[in-house]
Write a protein that binds this ligand. Structure first.
Ligand code: ZN
Ligand code: ZN
Length: 102
């Protein structure tokens, strides 16, 4: 089985995991260029490329687990922002999501 690979983001310098699953996907699609950016910077560059909403995008930490997350709007200080997984969780339960390690 393909092992997960540790990569370094060329934008923010953070390490991220290029998972075995993603590697399989790359192989399947015959993609030659390995990802150079962490998932968050990938989202950011996508937003940048689309041009329009980058001005109003914010990168901040999830209020529940602390993971860096990118939202396509200007975050207001008074409103907690959650990453996608915690957001799904807080909808159903007000209890804070346990932090995940990575
Ligand atoms: Zn990055
Ligand atoms: Zn979270």
């Amino acid at each position: 089985m393909t092992p997960d690979m540790s990569m370094w983001c060329c934008d923010c310098g953070e390490s991220f995991v290029f998972t075995a699953k993603e590697q399989e996907f790359f192989k399947e699609k015959n993609l030659k260029n390995l990802p150079k950016r962490c998932p968050n910077c990938r989202v950011l560059s996508k937003i940048k490329r689309s041009g329009k909403i980058f001005e109003s995008a914010s990168a901040l930490n999830c209020a529940a687990c602390g993971a860096l997350t990118v939202v396509p709007f200007k975050a207001k200080g008074y409103k907690p922002v959650y990453c996608a997984s915690c957001f799904a969780g807080v909808k159903h339960t007000p209890v804070a999501h346990p932090p995940f390690s990575s």
